[in-house]
Design a protein around this ligand. Structure first.
Ligand code: IMP
Length: 198
């Protein structure tokens, strides 16, 4: 049985503005007061884990311990089977220090080099940690295919080259509400809500 999240403040353990915006929108209906790790001046821990779960948990633990409040972290990325699962947990790093996702998408496309297997999925793991060290993890996946050239300027990261199964628009072209209804983060979030919030 998962531990429930009671009333009070929740720290969103992320410094990524795209993720902060999406998580705040997903939490909107639950009347939870949120703050962010950045707003509290908490440092960004190094992501030394070897899985999405390990990295999400280490970020959530760092913020929970640094703030004395429950903390929610997201570790996510794009998994491309034809690239052996890359960029995977290294999705942010593929954009380099300048966070250049045009460059990261180009690297994915160059890696595929004419490969006809263009399947890909996004993974999001949400970790909810408490200051006493307890932690719950929830995983969501969104399956689809990669297109080239990238299309659309909404969303963030690899959104412009990803088309969800059954859709024709990329996540970068879609209305953000439509993306939120089907994305990896939405699937993980629905699991978290059912276990800890509903
Ligand atoms: P991290 O979880 O901070 O290691 O970063 C995950 C990276 O995965 C992001 O910087 C994006 O590049 C990518 N990513 C995760 N979720 C999404 C998404 O919903 N759309 C596009 N890219 C994403």
């Amino acid at each position: 049985m998962a531990r429930r999240l009671g009333p009070g403040r929740l720290v969103i353990a992320s410094h990524n503005p795209g993720k902060l915006r999406e998580i705040a929108e997903l939490l909107g209906p639950f009347r939870i007061e949120t703050t962010s790790a950045g707003a509290l001046g908490l440092p960004e821990p190094e992501e030394t884990g070897d899985s999405f779960e390990a990295n999400a948990a280490l970020k959530a633990h760092a913020s929970a311990q640094g703030s004395g409040l429950p903390a929610l972290a997201d570790d996510s990325g794009l998994v491309v089977p034809a690239l052996g699962g890359d960029p995977g947990i290294y999705s942010a790093r593929w954009a380099g220090p300048g966070k250049d996702f045009a460059l990261a998408m180009r690297k994915v496309e160059d890696g595929l080099a004419g490969n006809t297997d263009r399947r890909a999925h996004f993974v999001a793991v949400l970790a909810l940690a408490w200051p006493d060290g307890h932690c719950e993890c929830f995983r969501g996946e969104a399956h689809g295919r990669l297109v080239w050239p990238p299309r659309g300027s909404r969303g963030f990261g690899y959104d412009p080259m990803f088309v969800h199964d059954g859709q024709s628009l990329t996540y970068g072209e879609m209305d953000p509400q439509a993306k939120h209804a089907m994305s990896h983060r939405a699937v993980a979030f629905a699991k978290l809500v059912e276990a800890c919030l509903a």
